[in-house]
Design a protein around this ligand. Structure first.
Ligand code: SAH
Length: 217
């Protein structure tokens, strides 16, 4: 199986053809091998236009949604980024390629450990992972705040204040918000006055964000 050819086709047919135009995002998606972030049995499907199971009842997001969320963060290479929901680590790898430093939190230990291995194998050493597996641990990473960009890769019932509080002035938060079955992708920008400007884009379907301002486990 020639993964590089599949990857180029994925970027052309699913990402560029659907309107993603940020050259940095496109180049990062051409570079990061998505197939190493899924279980071996799914490697052949890693470049298909869909989400895939990664174990522990969680999923790696559809490539287009990953691209769209990443583009909405408008990264230039200097940013300090927070990700909630490391999962497979694929989105994390893109962020690590596009930003200066990445802090990524995951509640399920085996997923975080597997993500760490993949990120190390790609020599992406600008990522700090944290396992938030204790009951009631708050969403976010207060000690390292503020962040220039925050991405939540699990669906929330509302935008958690705890995350907008951890956003720097000029920072962007991208988060799926809605019911358990479908969500709107929301982008929030904290302007110079500290006000939160919100826009909504596509409908999407994520596994639930678990926690105090998320859903119950
Ligand atoms: N970006 C990942 C998406 C994984 S699915 C990928 O493409 O592989 C979302 C992940 O969010 C799951 O692994 C789930 O365990 C995690 N999650 C849910 N609530 C969380 C919380 N409060 N803190 C950290 N991770 C959380």
């Amino acid at each position: 199986m020639n993964f590089e050819i599949l990857r180029r086709k994925m970027v052309q047919d699913q990402i560029v053809a659907r309107g993603i135009s940020d050259r940095l995002v496109i180049d990062a998606m051409l570079k990061i091998p998505r197939h190493i972030f899924v279980q071996e049995a799914f490697a052949a499907q890693a470049y298909n236009d869909k989400a895939l199971p990664i174990g522990e009842k969680q999923t790696i997001s559809q490539p287009y949604i990953v691209a769209l969320m990443t583009e909405k963060l408008a990264l230039t290479g200097t940013e300090k980024v927070l990700e909630i929901g490391t999962g497979s680590g694929y989105q994390t790898a893109l962020l690590a390629t596009l930003a200066d430093r990445v802090y990524s939190a995951e509640r399920i230990r085996p997923l975080a450990l597997s993500a760490r291995k993949c990120l190390d194998s790609l020599k992406l050493f600008n990522v700090q992972l944290r396992i938030n597996d204790s009951e009631g641990s708050p969403i976010g990473w207060e000690d390292e705040a503020p962040f220039d960009a925050i991405i939540v890769t699990a669906g929330a019932p509302e935008v958690p204040d705890i995350l907008t509080d951890q956003l720097a002035i000029g920072g962007r938060l991208v988060i799926p918000v809605g019911s358990n079955s479908d969500q709107q992708l929301i982008t929030i920008i904290k302007n110079e006055a500290g006000e939160l400007l919100q826009e909504s884009s596509v409908t999407c379907r994520f596994v639930p964000l678990i926690g105090k301002q998320g859903w119950q486990a």
